[in-house]
Design a protein around this ligand. Structure first.
Ligand code: ADP
Ligand code: MG
Length: 694
C-alpha cells in the first residue's frame, strides 16, 4: 500500500516533477511564468511539452486533451493521441510546444450567447501554466482558457484570470502605500466547501426526474426527515465511509487536498472541504472534485447528487466560497495584524470588501443565480437572497468605534485612531459565528455562502475580485498623493463605513423581520434568477467590468443570454419530465390501484361485507386523479404557450410566473395521491427509500 504522501499529486505534473525533469533554465522560466504571469518562450514550451509527454506516457497515457471550462458550467475535453507518423511509415509519440500551448477544439456547439455568430466561428484554447497538467482516466489533461479568435472569452476561466490580474494590480498599489516594498504579487485564495447527497444507484435509476434533472420533481416527505438533527456531524455509515476514502485517494492523486468530510444537516447529505489555494487552481480543483465525486460514487453503487435541491422539504446543497488575499511573501491580507500599521492595512482592505459588496450586491447576486439555486436562496435553510455582510461582534465593535470616533472595547483611549492604535485580538472561532449570513467574515477570510452546490466558482469569484479591485483602485487614487497619510486613511475608512454600513448585518438572516429591515435599508432582494438578471446590464455593472477589461460589453451580453437560456432550458426539461412521469408512470399506477379497489368494493359488497376503507379510499383517489389530471393538462397547455416565446427574458419570466406555479400544483396533487396509494403500486422509489436507503 502506498502512503498518502506517495499518492498525493502522483497524477500531477507539478513543481516537484518539473524540477526533476526539466533543464534548470527551462524550469526557472516556467516558475517565472507561474509566479509573475510571464509568457513562456516557444523554445521552453517545446521542452516542457516533451517532458510532459514522457511523464504521461510512462504513466500509461496515450492521449492528451486541452481541458477547459466553457460557459455550460462544466468542463470540456477533446482527446488527441500523442501518435505522430514518421516519414518511414512508423509512429512516434510526441507533444509539440504548439500542441501544448494552443488548441483548436471544434467548439461550435458550446454556448456562446451570440458571441461566435458576431465574431469568429472558431475558438481556441490556450494553456494556463499556473494550473498544473494532470492525468485523468489515462489522459493527460492540460488546463486551458478558451477564447474566440477575436479575443472574446468563451469560457469561465479567462475572465477569472483577468479579474485576478486586475485585483493584483490594484492591491499592489494599496500595499505600496503601507510600505510593503517586497511584495510583488497578490493573489486571491479560495477554499470551496462542497455539499452533496449520496443515494443508492438502484433507486436513482428508477426515477426519470433524477436521471433527467438531477432532482426529484415528486415525492411526499417521509414521517422522519431532518428534524431530529441526528445526521449532522453524526457517525458516517460504512458504505459512505468507503466512498469517502476512495474519493480522497482519487483527489489526492490529482493533488487536491480534501481534508474535512462530515455529514450535513439532511439525511444522506455530506460535505467535503479542500485546503484553500490560488483561485484559478481552486476553480479547476473544484470542477475536478465534482467530476470525481460522481465517478467514485458509481463505483460504490451510489449516485452523487450535486443539484442545489434534490429533495423538497429537505435542506439543499450549497458551496461556501472561503475567500482571501495573499501575497507572494506568504501574508494573508485579511489577517488582522499585531502592529498599528498592519491593523490599518487590514481595516482598509476590510472596508474595501464591505464597500465592494454593498456597491455590487446585485452583481454578486447574479453571479450565484441559477434555476437550482432559486430553491435555496430565500428558503429558510440557506442565506437569503438579500446580500449582507457579517463581521461578528468584536470586529463590529471596532468598526463602530472608527465610525463614531469612540473608544473600542478594552481600550482606555479616547478614540480609536487607525494607523496609531493596535486592534484588540479578534477571535477566529467565536461562538457568535453566524451561519445565516450570505457573506461572513470568519477571522481571516470571508465566506461567501450563496453559491449553489453545482456552481462553477469561477464566475462569483470573477465578480468579487473585480468589485474589490475597483474599490482598491479608488482608494489608491485617493491616497497615493496624500501628504498626511495616516489622517487621510482614517478619514477615508470612516467615511466609507458611514456610507456603506447598511450592508452590515449581524442578526439572523432567516428572520422575516430582516426582509423588511433590508428593504428599509435599500438593499436589493431578487428572489429569483429572472429577477436578478434584470440588473445584469445596469450601467454601473457594465462600467465595472469594461473599465477593468474583465468582460467586454459583448461578453457581458452573451453571458446574460446564456444564463437566461440555461434557466429556461433546465426548467423546460423539468416541466416535460413531470408531464412524462405523471402521465406515463404515476397516474396509470394509481388508476390500477383504483380499479383494484373498485373490484374489492364489488366483491366485498356481494359478500355482504363492509367496504368502508375501500370505498372511501377509492373516492379519495379518483377525485385526486381528476385533480392531478387537470393540473397536468394545464401544465401541458402552458408549456406549449411558453415554447412559443422567443425572447429569453420574456420566456424566463413566463416560466417563473406560469410554469413553476403549474409544476407546484401538479406536484401537490401527485404527492397527495402518494399518501393515499398502496405502496406496492407506487411506481418510483419514495423519499424515505432514497433518503434513508444508503
Ligand atoms: P470552517 O469553520 O468554515 O470549517 P475552516 O477554517 O475549516 O472553516 O475553513 C473552511 C475552508 O476555508 C477550507 O476549505 C479552508 O481551506 C478555507 N480557508 C482557510 N483559510 C483560507 C484563506 N486564507 N483563503 C481562502 N480559503 C481559506
Ligand atoms: Mg464554512
Amino acid at each position: 500500500m502506498k502512503s498518502t504522501a506517495e499518492i498525493f499529486g502522483e497524477n500531477v505534473f507539478n513543481v516537484k516533477v518539473m524540477k526533476a525533469r526539466l533543464p534548470k533554465e527551462v524550469f526557472k522560466e516556467v516558475m517565472k511564468a507561474i509566479d509573475d504571469d510571464q509568457p513562456l518562450s516557444s523554445e521552453a514550451a517545446s521542452v516542457v511539452a516533451n517532458a510532459m509527454k514522457d511523464w504521461a506516457v510512462e504513466k500509461g497515457c496515450t492521449h492528451f486533451t486541452h481541458w477547459f471550462q466553457p460557459m455550460t458550467g462544466i468542463t470540456a475535453e477533446k482527446h488527441d493521441s500523442f501518435i505522430s507518423p514518421t516519414d518511414d511509415g512508423q509512429v512516434i509519440l510526441r507533444l509539440t510546444g504548439k500542441e501544448l500551448t494552443q488548441g483548436e477544439p471544434d467548439a461550435s456547439s458550446f454556448p456562446s450567447g451570440g458571441l461566435r455568430a458576431t465574431f469568429e466561428a472558431r475558438g481556441y484554447t490556450a494553456w494556463d501554466p499556473t494550473s498544473f497538467a494532470f492525468i485523468k482516466e489515462g489522459v493527460l489533461c492540460i488546463p486551458t482558457a478558451f477564447c474566440s479568435y477575436g479575443g472574446e472569452a468563451l469560457d469561465k476561466k479567462t475572465p477569472l484570470l483577468r479579474s485576478m490580474e486586475v485585483l493584483n494590480k490594484q492591491a499592489l498599489r494599496v500595499l505600496k502605500l503601507f510600505g510593503n516594498e517586497d511584495v510583488t504579487s497578490v493573489k486571491t485564495t479560495v477554499g470551496p466547501e462542497q455539499e452533496y447527497f449520496l443515494v443508492d444507484a438502484e433507486g436513482f435509476k428508477k426515477r426519470k426526474d433524477l436521471i433527467y434533472t438531477g432532482r426529484t420533481l415528486f415525492g411526499k416527505l417521509p414521517p422522519k426527515g431532518q428534524e431530529m438533527e441526528d445526521h449532522y456531524f453524526g457517525a458516517i455509515k460504512p458504505r459512505v465511509q468507503a466512498f469517502m476514502k476512495d474519493l480522497n485517494d482519487e483527489l489526492w492523486k490529482l493533488g487536491i487536498f480534501a481534508t474535512t468530510e462530515h455529514n450535513e444537516v439532511a439525511p444522506s447529505q455530506h460535505e467535503l472541504a479542500p485546503i484553500f489555494t490560488t483561485t484559478n487552481i481552486a476553480t479547476d480543483h473544484n470542477q475536478l472534485t465534482m467530476e470525481v465525486m460522481k465517478k467514485v460514487a458509481k463505483k460504490h453503487g451510489l449516485e452523487c447528487l450535486l443539484h442545489e435541491k434534490p429533495f423538497d422539504g429537505v435542506n439543499g446543497s450549497g458551496k461556501h466560497n472561503n475567500w482571501s488575499l495573499s501575497t507572494n511573501t506568504g501574508v494573508n491580507l485579511l489577517e488582522p495584524g499585531d502592529t498599528p500599521y498592519e491593523n490599518a492595512q487590514f481595516l482598509l482592505l476590510l472596508t474595501a470588501v464591505i464597500r465592494a459588496v454593498d456597491e455590487y450586491q446585485d452583481m454578486l447576486r447574479i453571479s450565484v443565480a441559477s434555476a437550482g439555486n432559486d430553491h435555496r436562496l430565500g428558503a429558510n435553510e440557506a442565506p437569503p437572497a438579500i446580500i449582507s455582510v457579517f463581521l461578528g461582534s468584536d470586529l463590529q465593535a471596532v468598526i463602530d468605534a472608527v465610525e463614531n470616533d469612540l473608544p473600542y472595547n478594552g481600550s482606555d483611549k479616547e478614540t480609536l485612531k487607525i494607523g496609531v492604535d493596535v486592534l484588540p485580538p479578534l477571535p477566529k472561532d467565536t461562538t457568535d459565528r453566524n451561519r445565516t449570513s450570505p457573506f461572513a467574515f470568519t477571522g481571516n477570510k470571508f465566506e461567501f455562502r450563496m453559491l449553489g452546490s453545482s456552481t462553477n466558482i469561477a464566475y462569483p469569484n470573477t465578480v468579487l475580485n473585480t468589485a474589490v479591485a475597483q474599490i482598491l483602485k479608488e482608494y489608491a487614487d485617493k491616497l497615493e498623493g496624500s501628504s498626511d497619510f495616516t489622517n487621510d486613511l482614517h478619514k477615508l475608512i470612516q467615511s466609507d463605513i458611514k456610507a456603506h454600513k447598511r450592508i452590515l448585518f449581524n442578526g439572523n438572516g432567516y428572520d422575516d423581520s430582516w426582509v423588511k429591515e433590508a428593504e428599509e435599508r435599500g438593499l436589493s432582494n431578487s428572489r429569483t434568477t429572472p429577477d436578478a438578471f434584470k440588473h445584469f446590464l445596469d450601467e454601473k455593472n457594465v462600467e465595472l467590468f469594461t473599465s477593468h477589461g474583465v468582460y467586454s460589453k459583448t461578453e457581458l451580453v452573451s453571458r446574460k443570454e446564456i444564463g437566461l437560456e440555461k434557466y429556461c432550458k433546465l426548467l423546460h426539461i423539468e416541466a416535460l419530465t413531470m408531464v412524462d412521469m405523471a402521465k406515463q408512470d404515476i397516474l396509470p399506477a394509481v388508476s390500477s390501484y383504483a380499479s383494484t379497489l373498485a373490484e374489492s368494493v364489488l366483491s366485498l359488497e356481494s359478500a355482504n361485507a363492509d367496504a368502508v376503507f375501500e370505498k372511501e379510499t377509492l373516492s379519495e383517489i379518483t377525485s385526486g386523479l381528476t385533480g392531478a389530471y387537470k393540473a397536468l393538462n394545464k401544465l401541458k397547455a402552458d408549456i406549449a404557450q411558453s415554447e412559443k416565446i422567443e425572447d429569453s427574458e420574456k420566456r424566463a419570466d413566463n416560466i417563473k410566473d406560469v410554469i413553476i406555479p403549474d409544476m407546484d400544483s401538479l406536484r401537490q396533487e401527485v404527492d397527495a395521491l402518494e399518501a393515499s396509494t398502496d405502496a406496492a403500486y407506487w411506481p418510483v422509489p419514495t423519499y424515505g427509500e432514497l433518503l434513508f436507503g444508503v
